[in-house]
Write a protein of this length. Structure first.
Length: 83
């Protein structure tokens, strides 16, 4: 499957068994994808409404160690990701 999917297309592909996992990710400062994997059925039923990631993920080096000096490098700083 190539290109962007609408939510309706994703729902159809999940229902047919074509897609079984959804990755919700963003790039950190090293260019690595960080985020979560969802069971596709769970994602289309509820997780698409909102999920969370910690700002800590944006302040790590290539070895996933926090880089000193970033106020966001805290597990307590959560950010909501919603569509």
């Amino acid at each position: 499957m190539r290109g962007m999917l609408s939510f309706d297309d994703l729902t159809t592909a999940v229902a047919s068994g074509e897609i079984d996992t959804v990755v919700v990710a963003f790039t950190d400062m090293a260019g690595q994808l960080v985020g979560k994997r969802f069971h596709a059925e769970h994602f289309v039923e509820s997780a698409h409404e909102e999920t969370h990631a910690c700002c800590y993920l944006l302040a790590n080096d290539i070895d996933m160690e926090p880089v000193p000096g970033y106020a966001a490098a805290s597990w307590g700083q959560a950010m909501a990701i919603s569509r």
